[in-house]
Write a protein that binds this ligand. Sequence first.
Ligand code: HEM
Ligand SMILES: *[C@@H]1O[C@H](CO)[C@@H](O)[C@H](O)[C@H]1NC(C)=O
Ligand SMILES: *[C@@H]1O[C@H](CO)[C@@H](O)[C@H](O)[C@H]1NC(C)=O
Ligand SMILES: *[C@@H]1O[C@H](CO)[C@@H](O)[C@H](O)[C@H]1NC(C)=O
Length: 320
Amino acid sequence: MAKAWSLLLLLIILVFGAFVEGSHGSKLSQNYYKSTCPQVLSIVKAKTESTLKKKPRMGASLLRLHFHDCFVNGCDGSILLDDNSTFIGEKTALANNNSARGFELVDDIKAEVERTCPGVVSCADILAIATRDSTVVLGGPSWKVKLGRRDSITASRADANKFIPAPSFTLSALKSNFHAQGLSLKDLVALSGAHTIGLARCTTFRAHIYNDSNIDPSFAKSLQHKCPRNGKDNIHRRLDLRTPITFDNFYFRNLLKKKGLLRSDQELFNDKSADSLVKKYAADSSKFFKQFTKSMIKMSNIKPLTGNSGQIRINCRKVN
Ligand code: HEM
Ligand SMILES: *[C@@H]1O[C@H](CO)[C@@H](O)[C@H](O)[C@H]1NC(C)=O
Ligand SMILES: *[C@@H]1O[C@H](CO)[C@@H](O)[C@H](O)[C@H]1NC(C)=O
Ligand SMILES: *[C@@H]1O[C@H](CO)[C@@H](O)[C@H](O)[C@H]1NC(C)=O
C-alpha cells in the first residue's frame, strides 16, 4: 500500500513538473539542432537577409506571423497550414484573411533547410529564428532563440478568432487578451512596439480615424483623405508613419503625439495604466529593446509541442 502511495506521489510530481516546465518553454534549448542540423541558423539568416534586402516589409510580415502563431495554442506552426476541401485552418481567420503574409519566405527557407537536413527542423522553429533575424536586419535587438518546437497536426480558425486581439480593443481588453497567454502589461506594451515596422489596411484603422477623440486631428484628417468612410478597404498606411522599415522606438514617440494608427495602439497612451511604460520606451530606445527582447522570448516559448507531440512537417503548408 505504501508503495502504491509513493508511486502516486511520484506520478503527481512528474506530471506537475512537466506542466511547470511546459508552461515556461524550458524544454526548448538553444543547441537543440547542434548535432542534427548545425547549419540551420546560418541558412535561415542568409535567406532572411537576402529576401529583406529586396523586400524589407517581409520582416514585419514574419514578425506578425510568429505572433499570430504563438497566440493560437502555442508556437506550433499552426498558422502555416493551408485550407483545403477537407481542412479549415487559421489562414482564413478574421485577423489573417487577406492580411497575414510571408508564407512564401517561410516555404523558401524551409526548402533550403530540408535540402541540408531533411525531416529535422520544424516550421515553428524556422519562423521563430527568421523573426529574430528580421528584427536584427531592420535595426532592432537580437536575442537567443530556444529551439525544439514541433509542428502541429491541427489548426483552429475558431481559436484564431478567439485569441488574436482586434484593433478595436480597449486597453482592458488587450490586457486580458495578453494575460490569457501568460503575458503582462509590460509585455503588451513592449510587444506592441513591433508596430514600429509594417503596414495596416484602411479597414483596420477606419473606426479610429473617424470616431475616436484620442487622435491628433490633423493626423486623422490626412488619413481620412486616403481611407474614406466607404471603400478602399485595402489601401495601406504605415503603422509607424516616420520609419516603417526601421525597428526603432518611433512607435512610442508617435503615441505621445496621439499619432497611433490603430485604436489598440493609442489605447496604450490614453491616460491609463500603460502611459508610464510608453513614456519610458519613447524616451529611451535601449529600455524598449531590452524589454522587447525579454517579451519576445516569453511569447516565442508559449506552449511548444515537444517530445512525441506533433511532428516535423516536410511542407509547412500541409500535415505530413
Ligand atoms: C496588441 C494587440 C495587437 C493588435 C490589436 C494588432 C493588430 C494589428 C493589425 C490590425 C495590423 C494590420 C493588419 C492588416 O491590415 O493587414 C497589424 C500589423 C502588424 N502587427 Fe500587430 N497587433 C497587435 C500586436 C502585435 C504584436 C504583439 C506583434 C509582434 C510582436 C505585432 C506585429 C505586427 C506587425 C509587424 C505588423 C505589420 C505586418 C505587415 O506589414 O505585414 N502586432 N497588427
Ligand atoms: C477570406 O477572404 C476571401 C476573399 O476576400 C473571402 O471570399 C472569404 O469569404 C474570406 N473568408 C472568411 C472565412 O472570412
Ligand atoms: C462610428 O460610430 C457610429 C456610432 O457608434 C457607428 O455607427 C459607425 O459605424 C462608426 N464608424 C466607423 C467608421 O466605425
Ligand atoms: C488538407 O490539409 C490537411 C492538413 O494539412 C491534410 O492533412 C490533408 O491531406 C489535405 N488534403 C488534401 C486533399 O490535400
